[in-house]
Each structure stands twice: as structure tokens, then as C-alpha cells.
Design a protein around this ligand. Sequence first.
Ligand code: ATP
Length: 199
Amino acid sequence: MFTIGLTGGIGSGKSTVAKMFADAGFPVVDADQVARDNMAPGSPVLAEVARVFGEDLIGAGGELDRAELARRAFASEEQTRKLNEITHPAIRRESDRRFAQLEQRGVKAAVYDMPLLVELGLNEEMDLTVVVDVAAEERVRRLVEHRGLDEGDARNRIARQAGDEERRARADIVIDNNGSLEELRARVEGVVDKIEKML
Ligand code: ATP
């Protein structure tokens, strides 16, 4: 099965592009969704997170207080590392399992929508790496306008990720999303045509 890694900075339009790929017939494994599924009530990953970060993070219904976990885990680099050591291998295992299932179903090409693809070096394992690229200022604007983040939070989150330069350097294909959604759609269609020729 041909694997397409899809990444980009926060607010660059990854989910929008992933949806366009899905509409074009490529199944998508969404790493953020995998991360959420892994922390479902009763899951072993959630139990481990609670053991390390506090049992009080789990509510009466077994659900995780995400905002409080984020506060504790992003309080220092050391705490962030501890959380990543629990979650990253689990995300990887579950993503691999979902890809294996798609392959078994006879899927020819599938997309891995993964914000940290480059940071974790997973681009090396993909047949093709596609980066959605948008100027950081425009990403801040979209995050504030569409997501309701405050500007400082948007800037902090951008600062914590790999730089745009590095991401672009790892890309086989860069999709420019500084323009309109219509322009984006046309660009994605062009990329889909290219990929179909590779299969
Ligand atoms: P995150 O990293 O937070 O998951 P993302 O990279 O998946 O973000 P999207 O959710 O696809 O990004 O896009 C961020 C916001 O910007 C969304 O509200 C989306 O509708 C909007 N958006 C994406 N592309 C464009 C565009 N070309 N013009 C205007 N708005 C856009």
C-alpha cells in the first residue's frame, strides 16, 4: 500500500486537505483522532496517564480532563516529555494497526494526517510526504478567527512545533494554502492526479 504522510503547522489546513483526499477516495488515518481514541474511558493509555499525572484527571464517568492534563503536561519540558513517552508509542501502534487493516482491505493508497510527522521523523517511513504550507501570520489569523483561540495561545502553539523551513525541506510535495479554499481544492486535485500516476 502506498502511504502518504500529510503534515503542516497548526492551522495550516491539514484537516481540510485530508478531507479533500478522502473525497478523492484515499482513506485517511487521523493521528489526532487516534490519540483521542487511545484515551477513551477505560483504556490502558488513559490509566497510565492518570498514574503519572494524577488520578484526579479522571472524572466520574471515566473521562479525561484534557484541559487540566494540558496544563500539567505543558508546565515544563520534563513533564511534556513524560506525556509524550506514554502517548507517542501508543499512537504509533494504533496507527500501524489501522494502516494494516486498510492494506488487508485491498486499499491502494492511504493518507496519514499527522501534525508531528516531521518532528518524529515519521516522514522517512512514508512513500510520499505532503506538507501544507501557510505563512505563520495567516495561520494565527485563521486560528483566532475560526477556532476562537486567543492570539497569544496561537503563537505559543506555533512556536512549539517544527519550523516551516524544516517541514518544507522534508516535503516531496508542498501545497501552498495561502490563498482561497477554491485555490486549495484545485491544488489538491493536481496532487491527487500526480499520486494516481505513481500507483
Ligand atoms: P490543526 O493543526 O489545528 O489540526 P489544521 O492544520 O488541520 O489545524 P484546518 O482545521 O484544516 O487546519 O484549518 C484551520 C482553519 O482554517 C479551519 O477553520 C479552516 O476552515 C480554515 N482554512 C483552511 N484553509 C483555508 C483557506 N484557504 N482559506 C480560509 N480558511 C481556511
